[in-house]
Design a protein around this ligand. Structure first.
Ligand code: SAH
Length: 239
């Protein structure tokens, strides 16, 4: 049987274009209205898709990828807003876990970001921190050290909001000890968790999720996306 591929999902064309250009492509298929590019990257079987921004787009893409391609690992790559004073434009962040910070049933007494997972077995679960694969995260961090001198490792917050607000930034840092905020990682991590597929989230900081973000995002996204593409290319043969 053919080796199971590694799935790679980016929200925007800029985040996947370098990977697609480097890919030895075998085929492009359309499912759920999205294009799935299968082939090899650095000799490793991969399937790459651009999902579009936001949690629903990301979840549709990840679930479709899981059902159609049975990936052995799903990696979400892209750019993000930096959270906290330690995180700067151009820095890399590898997720230890993701939180959907905009999922809010706090009025009913649940902690902010708690998700309610249903299972056919009846073993339902409430979950806040969506886990990421430790081995993949470790390899990404190791490679980030050797290429870029390091990366941040910690919680990445996901929500359907482009955050450009210093107060919100501080809140996410204090509440979740977050290092980055974006719009897809937590949705992909949830889909992977529900399907028992390991996942990793790798982001480069395009803006600092503050007043300057609307200007910084277009200015730095290309540079940031190139960093994640290069790092991923280097690490793929070891994943
Ligand atoms: N109209 C825009 C929408 C981009 S939304 C476009 O397509 O160009 C911003 C994207 O970058 C999302 O995919 C998100 O994951 C990431 N991102 C970067 N900075 C962010 C921030 N400050 N807050 C939330 N998401 C951010």
């Amino acid at each position: 049987m053919a080796e199971k591929p590694i799935g790679i999902i980016g929200a925007m064309a800029t985040e996947v274009e370098a990977l697609l250009a480097a890919m030895q492509e075998e085929k492009v298929e359309e499912f759920s209205g999205l294009a799935f590019h299968s082939g090899t990257l650095e000799g490793v079987a991969c399937v790459v898709a651009e999902c579009g921004p936001g949690k629903v787009n990301a979840a549709v893409c990840a679930q479709t990828m899981v059902l159609r391609y049975s990936p052995r690992l799903v990696i979400n790559v892209g750019v993000a807003g930096g959270v906290g004073p330690q995180v700067h434009i151009g820095d890399l962040v590898v997720a230890a876990a993701c939180v959907q910070y905009d999922f809010d049933t706090t009025a009913m007494g649940d902690p902010l970001g708690t998700l309610f997972i249903r299972r056919a077995s009846g073993e339902n679960e409430d979950i806040l921190l969506l886990p990421c694969c430790e081995e993949a995260a470790g390899l990404l961090l190791k490679e980030a050290r050797s290429i870029y001198g390091g990366a941040h490792f910690g919680v990445i917050c996901t929500g359907d909001v482009f955050v450009a607000d210093a107060e919100k930034n501080q809140f996410l840092q204090e509440k979740f000890e977050a290092h980055a905020v974006e719009m897809e990682g937590g949705a992909i991590a949830q889909v992977c968790y529900m399907n028992s597929v390991p996942c990793a989230v790798l982001r480069a900081i395009s803006d600092c999720a503050n007043d300057d973000s609307p200007m910084d995002f277009p200015a730095f996204t290309k540079m940031a996306a190139e960093k994640t593409g290069k790092l991923l290319g280097a690490v793929l043969p070891r994943l």
